[in-house]
Each structure stands twice: as C-alpha cells, then as structure tokens.
Ligand binder design. Sequence first.
Ligand code: ADP
Ligand code: MG
Length: 276
Amino acid sequence: MPTLEARNLVKNFTLRSGLKTSTLQAVKDVSFTIEAGKTIALVGESGSGKSTIARMLMKLETPTSGEIHINGALSGTRGKALADYRSEVQMVFQDPFASLNPFHTIFHHLERPLRIHHPELNKAQVRQRALELLERVRLTPAENFADRRPHELSGGQRQRVAIARALAPGARFIVADEPVSMLDVSIRLGVLNLLADLQREDNLGVLYITHDLATARHFSDEIMVLYHGDVVERGPSDEVILNPQHDYTKTLLEAAPEPENMGQLRDQVRHELAGA
Ligand code: ADP
Ligand code: MG
C-alpha cells in the first residue's frame, strides 16, 4: 500500500542575534505514517512547527535528522530521485496569492507539472489534461479559466488552481498547509469539501495542517496535536476531540468553536453552492 512516512524528524534552526547564537528546536522528534486514502490532521498553534514539518516533507527544508520514506523506501533528495518523489508528494500552500505566479496564465501553472511529470503527452493532450484538472476542481467552464491570470480569480478559485496543480503530476500524497486559513470564512468549507472529494476519488493520502480542531475532526481520520515541536497527543479524530488526554489539547478545544456547528455550516455551504 502507498505510504508516506516521517521517521524521527528533527529540525533545529540556528538563530543569530549580534554575536550570540542559539538553537531553536522547531521540530523535536516527530514520526507518523500517512496511508493512501487516509487524512491525518496536524493541529497546533502558530509557531508549533507545522509548516516546518510540511516543508521537510516537501524537501524544501532539510531535516537536522530523521528520514522520509515513500512506499517503504528512503526518499531521494536530488535529481531524478527527487523528481520521482515530487511526482508522488505535492503541497498546497497557505497563501493562494503568493503561490501562483501573477505573470502566468492558469493553464501555464498546470502545463508545467504536466510536462515535467508526463513527458509522453503531446501538446493537445497536455491542454486536454489541464482542462480536465480544472473541471475536477470545479472551475468550469474550464476553457474560461485556463487563459486567465491569477489576479482575475478570487482567493478560493486560486486555491482550487493550487489544488489542481498539486494533482497534475499524479500525486498520491497531498500536504495541505492551512489551505483555507487565508480564505474568506464563507468559502472555506467549499474548498475543504473539494479536497475531501478528490481524496476519495483518487484514494489520496492527505496531511491536513490546521489550527482548527473542528475541521480537523470533520475531515480527518486521525489527529496529531503538535506543541512546541512535539506531538503531545494523537489518535482517531473523534477520540482526540471527545476525550482529550493532554492539557494542551484541552486548551485548544476550549478556544475552538463548537464542533456541532460544523454540520450546520457545511449544509449551509452545500446549499449556497447548489444555488450558485
Ligand atoms: P507553524 O507553521 O506551526 O506556525 P513554523 O513551522 O512555521 O510553525 O515555525 C516553527 C518555529 O520555527 C517558529 O518558532 C519559527 O519562528 C521557527 N522557524 C521557522 N522557519 C525558520 C527559519 N527558516 N529560521 C529560523 N527559525 C524558523
Ligand atoms: Mg505555518
């Protein structure tokens, strides 16, 4: 079975101020396995190390120690091995404004990964595949979106493009780093529901990074709670939410909105989408 596995990931940053240096332990010793078809939520407050874990998984940051295994084998860090890894593991970033290039069309953003990871496709097939991806993320009619530039799209539409781009290589694992926290509250659930639909359709493994316990519970099989770079609690989502063991999880829960409201909010969004 396809798996993405973090083994004992550690990341220390060296901080310099004037002549003094100190070490910040951003991620202490974190291990987990994401299986195909499963969503794991990584929950924690700002600064707890969530994005550092995401960046290590994406190989944008080198771990101080620890390993990342893909489908049971140690993952590559360079050249073809890295390209192969990236065709399996893709990321959706927090900021849909920064993650797309304002000078390029939407089509260009999808064309690049398609060409890199599917060199067998000819020009017409690449175009066709890009349009299919836009349809999959419900940006329709796809032809209308393909030749626009990012600034002509809303934040939610841009994040859908970012999701389509992540799917373009044929990725089986998606790391979504607070994918909706910069979006308008009213469209967040639409984007999360889309991710959940794609996850089911493609049997993707997803690491859903968030500081929102309600959506973590709703959209994930398991929750890991990160506190100062340590996973302090983990388990099936309902268990962690309904019967938290660690004080930090309890604090997070007290600060969170009522999970019960999630269903209502979701129905409301479905209703709005159906009407739109
Ligand atoms: P989160 O995504 O949970 O908000 P981050 O992973 O971004 O947390 O950051 C974890 C900690 O590591 C923070 O204290 C942050 O300031 C620090 N950090 C992140 N990246 C760097 C870096 N490149 N250099 C120094 N410190 C960093
Ligand atoms: Mg972050």
